[in-house]
Design a binder for this molecule. Sequence first.
Ligand SMILES: [Zn+2]
Length: 433
Amino acid sequence: MVAGLVVLGMLMLFVFVRPQQPGSLTSADAAQAMLDFRDNMPSGSTAERIGQVTSGAAAADVLEVLGASATDAASAVSALRQTGLVDRKRMRPGTALTAYFDESAMDGETSRLIAVSIKPNAKNTLLATRQADDSFFVSVLTARLVTSHRRAAGIIETDLQTALVAGGGTPAHAASLAALFPDDTVLATGGEPGDRFDTVFEVAEDERGNFIENGDLVFAAFNGETSSGSWYRYTPVDTGRTEFFDANGVAAQPFLTRYPIGRVAINSGFGQRYHPLTGQLHLHTGIDFRAPAGTPIQVAGDGIVEFMGFSEGYGRHIRVRHKRGYETLYAHMSGFAGVALGQMAKAGDVIGYVGDSGSATGQHLHYEIRRDGRWVNPMTLELPSGRNLASDPAELAAFMKQKGEIDVLRGATEGVALATASTFLPVIQPNSP
Ligand SMILES: [Zn+2]
């Protein structure tokens, strides 16, 4: 009879938490489902015990301390882990865990574990319930999040990061703002006292308006000694590629090209490759463009020639330092042209010619891009598009509408959470069949 009631309780529960259309279950519904779950548990024989997961005690240990058998504890925790949300490293110390036991089914010192609920983070509540076959089924209840906006603006007293964090922003916001002014070397190191900044960024809140986390910048302006300007984040409908545009709807100009000898055929792409000479698997650190010896190579962007010379691998090669921490390298050249070490090269200047010097199997240009000293794939690298939205009236109108909304936010009180937009996450993500 008791077992029958428990099973009935489980069935009632699944009516509430089985997968539904995203958005059809609010977190209030989820809370109701939890209440219904408790209501449907056989009273008199059900015990609810609360423990805490700490850095010294994992969830399974806590369940055992609360009275679960080692087998039940391991089984419930393993099911919870499969969500990817219960992980000792990521869980806040002190995270509460509630265990439900059927006291009528005692087995020596242990009671029968029938359910476990845990809230590993502000967004999610997990509920593991025992099935007829003694395995545990986990439902993930996700709070419905509301995207709000916050503005942080002011005058730098020490550095940009300190000022932004004081205004509720993050170090990442400071880095994103500085990246929008790549020519400003002073801003790159924090700016100067007296420089003005203005930012609007997204903030995720739950339905009660509780802060969950900071999101990305949607607006950034800077007015300093060496640079000034305003940038609005926008995602064009046609490309779906989010970037920042100025007040007229013009994106930053690309400062590097992916194609220093034009759009010629590619012999070998970036990534893991079997080396043509050694047969060994290695990281191919650039792109090999196929072209006959003597094809002129144009420098990918404005920069300083940092290296010009010969090495066994790259052969005759040039390395150029650009802004934003980027470098480009051109290898296996047959000769150099019109450049000198330490000299400025302008985008499009011919710096040399395709060849097969160094360890090359044939005539080609090996082209590398490095960002902060690390190789990146020139083909997938995110570069500003230089796009002018004015060439598409519908796109420009959509941008101007969004810009207007951001400007309204900027007109509101500094440092206060502002008007809300509706961005909802699916509320249920079941993880087991
Ligand atoms: Zn190569």
